[in-house]
Design a protein around this ligand. Structure first.
Ligand SMILES: C[S@@+](CC[C@H](N)C(=O)[O-])C[C@H]1O[C@@H](n2cnc3c(N)ncnc32)[C@H](O)[C@@H]1O
Length: 246
């Protein structure tokens, strides 16, 4: 009986010689080696605001990885606790429940506006799209909405099923966050870019000119179309480019 994923990979040596697995293993390594990490970019944007700030993180898992590293006057965390048993967050809720309770004054205050909202909860396009809509309602005019996992290096990283590990992407999963990001990149009332590091750190702003709307047509949100037009679809930029824009 096959017990471990590594057994699948060793099975007849088949996956080890499969060109898709070999190519994607290389992409995995390249992406994992990139710096800076999301925490550095979030802290840079918070610090750029140059005032007392209020930070919201949606989807926290183990806070030692990112949340605890964020420097902000006030911080709030939301996570229903699906992946990390301890789940030491302020609101043990899904993002939909959190925003609904926020809107009706059941948590915090409906008048609260955040300086930075980091969206890193359920990585499926429909949910991320709703998280962006809700974040746009509760972000300050000059605040930043930041999204993790916007730039999947292969279509196997961009699979819908998180649990499937025999794909060339292995354990790595970015889900379909990219579709929601690409959708909002087409909005002419917003500015956006994606810092090309740490699996794609997307940024959306109402007022900071970090990148104008994309004109790439991809009505069916097909991975191949995005991949061929990746730079413009995402407005992929370096961290240095971002710094020069702010
Ligand atoms: C990728 S992890 C978050 C990682 C963390 N932000 C970091 O930077 O290290 C995704 C988290 O989202 C949470 N999650 C899943 N569905 C959610 C939902 N509907 N609303 C909010 N969080 C959700 C999971 O419980 C999990 O802890």
């Amino acid at each position: 009986m096959i017990k471990k994923i590594k057994d699948y990979y060793n099975w007849g040596g088949r996956f080890l010689t499969d060109p898709f697995h070999i190519k994607v293993a290389d992409l995995n390594k390249k992406e994992a080696d990139k710096t800076p990490l999301r925490s550095d970019i979030i802290n840079f944007l918070l610090q750029k605001l140059n005032r007392d700030t209020t930070y919201l993180e949606i989807g926290v898992r183990n806070p030692a990885i990112n949340y605890d590293k964020i420097i902000s006057t006030t911080k709030y965390s939301v996570d229903p606790g699906l992946e990390f048993k301890e789940n030491p967050v302020d609101f043990k809720l899904t993002s939909d429940e959190f925003f609904s309770q926020l809107r009706t004054n059941k948590v915090l205050s409906k008048d609260l506006k955040f300086d930075v909202i980091f969206i890193d909860g359920l990585h499926l396009a429909d949910q991320v799209n709703r998280d962006i809509e809700n974040a746009l309602e509760f972000i300050k005019e000059d605040g930043f909405i930041i999204l993790h996992d916007c730039n999947p290096p292969s279509e196997w990283h961009a699979r819908e099923e998180h649990g499937y590990r025999i794909s060339p992407a292995g354990n790595n999963w970015n889900g379909t966050t990219w579709k929601a990001f690409v959708k909002w990149r087409q909005n002419k009332d917003l500015f956006s870019c994606c810092v090309d590091t740490d699996w794609g750190v997307g940024i959306i702003s109402k007022t900071h000119k970090i990148g104008s709307a994309s004109s790439i047509k991809n009505p069916f949100f097909e991975y191949g179309v995005m991949n061929e037009n990746r730079k413009e679809s995402m407005n992929l930029i370096s961290f240095e480019d971002l710094k020069s824009l702010l």
